[in-house]
Write a protein that binds this ligand. Structure first.
Ligand SMILES: [Fe+2]
Ligand SMILES: [Fe+2]
Length: 184
């Protein structure tokens, strides 16, 4: 057996159903990520060192979003109907964490990017050798999300108030958002 092609389990999605799901959830996720940073910037502004770093990450999420925005029609994916929820939910998550201070804002980024790293790694495994352009973009974005996580750690995310609780809560929220956006 050669180690190429998508590795699937019985019941896993394949073919266009898989691509439809991947493009939908990633488009939703990149949109949500941008909104989180929008919310943080609304509270913290972009003048401080942390604010400038957040603005840089927000601009990168905008590039990720633009790529998936164009990918939705190109891969004939159905966009999520939950767009309005991510519009508000992302912003509120960003604003709420930033209201706790810049370290909590950075803790939010660390938690989000940890989930996204696993999420994108899983997708590249599922796609295997199919859809090389999509896989290349997911891998590029995954590397950039890991840079965001490192930016969060460099800005003392781990010293945020109640860091373990905050991190677990944000990770849980992200996983739930992914679950929903894959399906609806
Ligand atoms: Fe992103
Ligand atoms: Fe990111």
């Amino acid at each position: 057996m050669t180690d190429t092609g998508p590795r699937t389990l019985p019941g896993d999605l394949t073919g266009h159903a898989l691509i439809d799901r991947i493009v939908r959830v990633d488009h939703a996720g990149e949109y949500g990520a941008m909104r989180i940073y929008d919310g943080q910037l609304a509270v913290l502004g972009n003048k401080s060192e942390a604010g400038a770093a957040i603005e840089k990450m927000r601009d990168q999420e905008r590039e990720h979003l633009d790529w998936f925005e164009a990918a939705v029609p190109r891969y004939r994916a159905r966009p999520t109907v939950l767009h309005p929820l991510w519009h508000v939910g992302g912003f509120v998550l960003g604003a709420a964490t930033a209201a706790l201070g810049p370290r909590a804002a950075m803790a939010c980024t660390v938690a989000v990017e940890e989930v996204i790293d696993e999420h994108y790694a899983k997708q590249t495994r599922q796609l295997g050798d199919t859809e090389p352009e999509l896989v290349a973009k997911i891998e590029q974005f995954r590397a950039e999300e890991l840079e965001h996580r490192d930016t969060g750690l460099a800005h003392e995310a781990e010293q945020a108030p109640a860091y373990p609780v905050l991190r677990a809560a944000v990770k849980g929220a992200c996983r739930f958002a992914i679950f929903l956006s894959e399906r609806v």
